[in-house]
Write a protein that binds this ligand. Structure first.
Ligand code: SF4
Ligand code: SF4
Length: 421
């Protein structure tokens, strides 16, 4: 794609990066065929190619150009950041990076209505601090019957109290785990089940107490500076446990990996190195953290799973592969492979490349589209009448569960139960 930036504009880092990405697009439109919002709305501006043109026009126009309107912002807001288009694109266009640049620029130029600003700030305040989120969730669960219908669907019932985790220090192999911001409240069993399964494989799993939200929610809501601060805070929390140079030889084993059980967090932590590449203090540490970041499935698929005794590998499972696992981390088929090795039967799911509509905070900021995508996804998942749907990301799990249909769980929970039966 030809671009028309002045030399002065190209000297700005974000324009330089956008220009590089725009020039890789050959405007073939193949990406539209796998874009969920294009399929729903049929408008070129709600597909990847149209959004790329909108961003190009936006960045090439001058400040104050009245062609940049809230309509441009709306079409960019409707994008799920699902990256299905990137999987399809034959030219390797890094669409998600261009989208981040475009969203920041359109917000700077046209601003946000007060209601939208309040919603976005409220989401960031409510979601990113685990203790605060758990307190709000407990309040919501108490008053759930009184909540409006739409909100009630999003508040899950209280879960059983956590079961005790095994002592991680009894193993020579050690890994860190990112507990996440909303997952400990919404699905407290996921990380415990992970610790129990890995314990059987001789791996000790511990959280770094000071690590918190990965920063993805801030980035989703166009608060990139706050997101970068969260990345640095997590690096500071992990670094003393990663870098053992200079310690006595009797100190604990080096950590092999930083595990994420939510694929949305995993995709984001794997990009810490790239996102903080220009930060002189953190660039090298961020690169190391990204190298160590692993989705849970990447750990399990390397282990001797056949030595585990799965006495209750239940039939009747369907797997929803999150976009952050298949399109961002390129791990499509990995969970299915692990579950098959453990003896589970999985039903095929049509249109498995399509997003369920969760997409970070999309289900709250774009509720109508998100509900349509959710219901279409549930229809596809339920086609084989499974007893349980499993997935690999807390956002997808909560969003799909809000339909009140077949229960949706993290896949490690059904593995844990099969092993402990
Ligand atoms: S498939 Fe790739 S190259 Fe073709 S229009 Fe879409 S982004 Fe551009
Ligand atoms: S990220 Fe998803 S919703 Fe956005 S343009 Fe690409 S395919 Fe469409």
């Amino acid at each position: 794609m030809q671009t028309h930036f002045s030399e002065a504009a190209r000297a700005k880092p974000h324009i330089h990066e956008a220009d590089r990405i725009l020039r890789t697009c050959v405007h073939c439109g193949f990406c539209n065929a796998t874009c969920p919002t294009y399929q729903l709305l049929g408008d070129e501006r709600d597909g990847p190619r149209g959004r790329i043109y909108l961003i190009k026009e936006l960045l090439e126009s001058d400040d104050g150009d009245d062609q940049v309107t809230q309509e441009t912002q709306l079409h960019l807001d409707r994008c799920l950041s699902c990256r299905s288009c990137e999987t399809t694109c034959p030219s390797g266009v890094e669409y998600h990076k261009l989208l981040d640049i475009g969203r920041a620029e359109v917000d700077r130029r046209v601003g946000r209505r007060p209601g939208e600003r309040a919603l976005r700030l409220g989401l960031r305040v409510a979601l990113v601090e685990p203790k605060r989120f758990q307190a709000l969730l407990a309040l919501g669960q108490t008053f759930r019957p009184l909540a409006p219908h739409d909100l009630r669907d999003k508040i899950p019932p209280r879960q059983q109290p956590r079961r005790v985790r095994p002592d991680p220090t009894r193993h020579a192999r050690q890994m860190l785990i990112l507990e996440g911001c909303v997952q400990p409240g919404l699905a407290p069993n996921t990380n415990d089940a992970t610790a129990r399964v890995l314990d059987r494989l001789g791996i000790g799993v511990s959280p770094a107490p000071e690590a918190g939200c990965c920063g993805a929610i801030d980035f989703h809501l166009n608060a990139q500076a706050a997101g970068r601060d969260r990345m640095r805070a997590n690096i500071d929390a992990w670094w003393p446990l990663i870098d053992r140079r200079g310690e006595a030889t009797s100190s604990p084993a080096e950590v092999e990996a930083i595990i994420q059980t939510a694929s949305g967090c995993g995709a984001f932590v794997k990009e810490y190195g790239e996102t903080l590449a220009d930060d002189p203090e953190y660039a090298a540490k961020a690169r190391r953290v990204s190298e160590l970041a692993k989705d849970l499935v990447e750990i399990l698929r390397e282990e001797d799973l056949e030595s585990l005794n799965t006495s209750d590998a239940s039939a009747g499972l369907a797997f929803h592969c999150p976009c952050t696992l298949q399109h961002a981390q390129k791990l499509g088929g990995a969970v299915e492979g692990v579950l098959a090795r453990l003896g589970f039967d999985l039903a095929p799911v049509r249109d498995s490349h399509l997003c369920c509509g969760s997409a970070g905070t999309y289900s709250i900021t774009q509720p109508v589209l998100a509900r349509r995508l959710r219901d279409d996804k549930m229809d596809a998942l339920e086609a084989s009448s499974p007893q349980t749907i499993v997935t690999a990301n807390i956002g997808c799990q909560s969003h799909l569960n809000s339909a009140g249909r077949t229960p949706v769980r993290h896949w490690i929970e059904v593995v844990d139960e099969a092993l402990t039966a």
